[in-house]
Ligand binder design. Structure first.
Ligand code: NAG
Ligand code: NAG
Ligand code: NAG
Ligand code: NAG
Ligand code: NAG
Ligand code: NAG
Ligand code: NAG
Ligand code: NAG
Ligand code: NAG
Ligand code: NAG
Length: 636
């Protein structure tokens, strides 16, 4: 498809009234305005390749005739069009009529032999005459979603031999009958979601190329007595049967399905054998079903299962015999009470485990030890009382750890943070967990290893002091949540200076509670005390305030080999703190260097951080399903 080289946008000044009528300077004409466009605009489109008129008032175009041999794309969405013009544009490939007021179709499209995309979404169509689409022999993509179609004529789609994508979502269809789709041998994606289907007739979906079938939101369909997915072709990979009132897993006659979504049904039990007709399944989504039991071996035969959603159910245990290939397991918002060592046995590929918002009281000491690939773990908002030191120690690759609102029994001071190998940690959320926050801040070894940490959440953790060497340990920190604490701002100018360099609106809300003269001051506004050469600087203060904290320089000197594997890069970073010559270095300079380093690294890593977040997001949306399908935009 020729790409748009230049679109001239003529935006009419609202004050002056009508939109401009003609353009003689470009092969592309675009008019976007809220005014009435005179119908004459269609009478001379000589040499134009693309016409865009949006958000105007075109109304009745039945007396207009558009005849132009060059026009390839006409986008006329949102124009209050009631009836279509006569179209005689044999080269037209893209016609967008979405968001208009069209109620009926005649034979306006019969000359559009090159048309590939026809968008009639969001109009007022109730019935379409059986010959309306005749002549559309090149059509690949037809969007009829968001109309009021109640039935489909048997012969309606017969001319559309090339159709690959058909969207009938959000109409009023009650029955899909056998004859209607029979000629669509190239159809890959069929969306009939959000209709009122009560029945999918036997054979109606026997489409040899169908890869993606969306049935979601037909709430009465699950009650129909027929098996739902009968007769589907051998290419079917993705089925969305969400919110259709199912009470058990529907059997499928084809074994090719890789993605199965059953969100919002009423499947309380998954029995052994229920999933036997899905041997290639990679993604299974049981979100919001009231699911209570998954029988022991029910998922055991799904050797390819990679992503499993069990969010928002009533599960009291972690399901057993999960595939070794499982990468993503969502168990958040259930009733799980404990995590035992055997529950997660063998899940060596697991990268994402979400157990937040359950009833977990007990996590056995070795429970996570086998999860050697784990990247993201969330066990927030569980009534856990004890998180033993080292109980997360198997998770060497952990990048995102969320332990929010966990009220562990106040640990004795010497107890170290539950995760010791924090080398890869990028995000750590301890909000609302005062005990864990305290554990982290006294665990110098864990802090010192957290050199990749970019986001730290210590909000609502009863924090008063913030150890002054924190930023030495966390050179890549970009986001630091400390709101909801009663901060003692004595000698926190270093933190204020750091905050001012970040770009986080939240910092603007953190206020000081003490000492009295700083009460109510925004932390970020604290100004550095004027530097005089002999004045004690912040790096020297901790010894008096915080006996718990160790002097970082000597710590790193003595204990570096334990903390840092000596590689070329870490050695480079460490030189800032070790080496005899620096003994005499003014601590202020060290701090300044560290700050400068932080700022530089931040700039460099901002990009990487953004990318990781995108990756993580992508993993959540896990479009396994489209992997081998053309997207709508790739169809031509
Ligand atoms: C249409 O416009 C072109 C140039 O914009 C002009 O040369 C031609 O004469 C016009 N044709 C008619 C029928 O008005
Ligand atoms: C269309 O043309 C007919 C006859 O020329 C005329 O009676 C009718 O009013 C026109 N309709 C519109 C919307 O211009
Ligand atoms: C469409 O245009 C062609 C040539 O421009 C002409 O021969 C044909 O009769 C027109 N068809 C209709 C239905 O107007
Ligand atoms: C049709 O138009 C609607 C609204 O403009 C748009 O959201 C939709 O993506 C379009 N459909 C296709 C298949 O391009
Ligand atoms: C669709 O049809 C129903 C009744 O059949 C009607 O109440 C509703 O307003 C129609 N909606 C649209 C968008 O035409
Ligand atoms: C079908 O259209 C609806 C509404 O316009 C849209 O939300 C949906 O994503 C479309 N389906 C596909 C498969 O593109
Ligand atoms: C979960 O189980 C409890 C009691 O066992 C019940 O009250 C609740 O309705 C169930 N929730 C769902 C979504 O089925
Ligand atoms: C705040 O910290 C300073 C320095 O450690 C200390 O002297 C002071 O008592 C603290 N104020 C409060 C209210 O805790
Ligand atoms: C070094 O580590 C040892 C044992 O882990 C500890 O006793 C010692 O205090 C550490 N040194 C410093 C300076 O913290
Ligand atoms: C350290 O750097 C040298 C050369 O710059 C390289 O040969 C060596 O493999 C590096 N070692 C490590 C552990 O990266």
């Amino acid at each position: 498809m020729t790409h748009l080289v230049l679109v001239l946008v003529l935006v009419a000044a609202v004050r002056t009234g009508a939109c401009p009528v003609m353009c003689t300077c470009s092969r592309h004409l675009a008019v976007r305005c809220t005014q009435q466009v005179p119908a004459e605009i269609f009478t001379n489109l000589t040499n134009l390749q693309e016409l865009v008129i949006e958000n105007s008032d075109l109304g009745d175009l039945s007396n207009v005739s558009v005849a132009d041999l060059e026009l390839q794309s006409m986008r006329l969405s949102q124009n209050r069009i009631v009836s279509l013009p006569e179209l005689n544009v044999t080269n037209l490939r893209h016609l967008d009529l979405s968001g208009n007021l069209i109620e009926t179709l005649g034979v306006e499209f019969r000359t559009l032999r090159s048309l590939e995309i026809l968008n009639l979404s969001a109009n007022f169509l109730t019935v379409i005459d059986s010959d309306s689409f005749s002549g559309l022999e090149s059509l690949k993509c037809l969007d009829l979603s968001r109309n009021n179609l109640t039935r489909l004529d048997d012969a309606l789609f017969e001319p559309l031999q090339a159709l690959q994508y058909l969207n009938l979502s959000s109409n009023q269809l009650t029955i899909l009958n056998e004859r209607c789709f029979i000629s669509l041998v190239k159809l890959q994606q069929l969306d009939v979601s959000f209709n009122r289907l009560v029945r999918v007739e036997l054979g109606s979906l026997q489409l040899p190329s169908l890869a993606r079938l969306l049935l979601a939101g037909n709430s009465r369909l699950g009650a129909s007595k027929q098996p739902m997915l009968v007769g589907t072709g051998q290419r079917l990979q993705t089925v969305d049967a969400s919110n259709i009132g199912l009470e058990q897993v529907p059997p499928a006659l084809t074994h090719s399905i890789r993605t199965l979504r059953l969100v919002g049904n009423s499947i309380k039990t998954v029995r052994c054998g229920d999933l036997d007709s899905y041997p290639l399944l990679q993604l299974l989504d049981f979100d919001s079903n009231g699911l209570e039991v998954i029988e022991d071996d029910a998922l055991g035969r799904l050797d390819s299962l990679t992503i499993l959603y069990l969010t928002n159910n009533n599960m009291s245990e972690i399901p057993k015999s999960l595939s070794e290939k499982l990468k993503v397991l969502h168990l958040e918002h259930n009733q799980i009470q404990q995590v035992r060592t055997r529950d997660l046995q063998g899940l060596t590929s697991l990268e994402v485990l979400l157990l937040n918002d359950n009833k977990i009281r007990l996590i056995e000491a070795e429970a996570f030890n086998q999860l050697t690939s784990l990247v993201t773990l969330d066990i927030s908002r569980n009534p856990i009382k004890i998180l033993e030191a080292g109980c997360l120690s198997g998770s060497m690759a952990l990048q995102v750890l969320r332990l929010s609102n966990i009220d562990v029994d106040s640990p004795p001071k010497e107890v170290s943070f539950p995760l010791s190998s924090t080398e890869h940690l990028i995000t750590l959320d301890l909000s609302g967990s005062p005990g864990l926050a305290r554990q982290l801040l006294v665990d110098t070894a864990a802090l010192a290893a957290s050199r990749q940490l970019q986001e730290l959440d210590l909000s609502f953790t009863d924090l008063e002091f913030i150890r002054s060497d924190l930023l030495h340990f966390l050179p890549q920190l970009r986001i630091f949540h400390i709101d909801g604490n009663r901060i003692n701002c004595t000698q926190l100018e270093w933190l204020a200076a750091w905050m001012r360099r970040q770009d986080e609106p939240e910092y603007k809300r953190v206020t000081c509670v003490s000492p009295p003269e700083l009460w109510g001051t925004l932390l970020i506004d604290l100004q550095p005390v004027e530097a005089t050469p002999n004045r004690p600087t912040t790096t020297q203060t901790p010894t008096t305030q915080m006996e718990d904290y160790i002097d970082i320089e000597s710590f790193l000197r003595e204990n570096k080999s334990e903390i840092f594997p000596i590689t070329n890069s870490t050695r480079g970073e460490m030189s800032m703190f070790s080496a005899g010559a620096q003994e005499r270095l003014h601590p202020g300079l060290v701090l300044a260097a560290a700050m400068l380093g932080t700022a530089l690294v931040l700039v460099l890593l901002g990009v990487r951080f953004a990318k990781r977040r995108r990756d993580a997001l992508r993993l959540r949306q896990e479009d396994l399903e489209v992997s081998s399908l053309p997207g709508v935009t790739e169809l031509w």
